[in-house]
Design a protein around this ligand. Structure first.
Ligand SMILES: [Zn+2]
Length: 201
């Protein structure tokens, strides 16, 4: 079991709401971009990856694969009507991409704060309903899988926030002073993250 020694990081909380009617869900889609309508996993749906938008195209093929090219996320699957199969492929694809990109960004961000005496932490990736990132007492940084949809600058912002916790495991003034030293424009990035349109993945 993972122990979270911190409450949710201010500015890094993702909203969660439940809706009782289609009308409310429809309204919520506009008011709460982090809680869009449930996916159907059919051609035409929009998916985001590293800040860019791609349209889903599901085609029938004996070999399962995913190709990202020129604005299209093309999925080959035996039965395009099998939404569960399409969902499984998309989730696996996001998962694999996030392993690669998050590790790469963690190394790049760590290089920016290495002078603070921080060692490269272990990385965890999970789908979290209320947080974009978290940091454990053991020095493990966990990122929300959904972040893979966002531009690299926003992923870096979340990582750097968590890396600063390896020095200051709190949200006291010293933490915010450190964060400001590391990312002077963190408030702009926080606002951008809060307004970014995340889809269900
Ligand atoms: Zn925090």
């Amino acid at each position: 079991m993972e122990l979270h020694s911190l409450p949710p990081c201010p500015g890094l909380t993702a909203g969660i709401y439940t809706f009782t009617s289609p009308q409310l869900r429809e309204l919520a889609r506009y008011d709460n971009p982090v809680n869009p309508l449930p996916r159907q996993y059919v051609s035409g749906e929009s998916y985001r990856y590293l800040g860019r938008q791609y349209r889903l195209k599901v085609i029938a093929d004996t070999v399962e694969r995913i190709v990202l090219s020129r604005g299209w996320l093309t999925i080959s699957v035996a039965d395009p009507a099998n939404r569960r199969a399409v969902q499984r492929l998309i989730h696996g694809w996001y998962r694999a991409k996030s392993e690669h990109v998050f590790n790469e960004r963690l190394i790049a961000c760590h290089a920016r704060v290495e002078t603070l005496g921080i060692t490269l932490p272990a990385l965890g990736i999970r789908t979290m309903k209320r947080r974009w990132g978290s940091c454990s007492k053991t020095g493990k940084v966990t990122l929300n899988l959904k972040l893979i949809q966002a531009p690299r600058a926003l992923i870096d912002y979340v990582i750097l926030h968590e890396l600063c916790h390896l020095v200051e495991l709190n949200h006291r003034p010293r933490f915010w002073a450190l964060l400001t030293r590391v990312i002077p424009d963190w408030e702009r990035l926080r606002d951008e993250l809060n307004h970014y349109e995340f889809g269900e993945i």
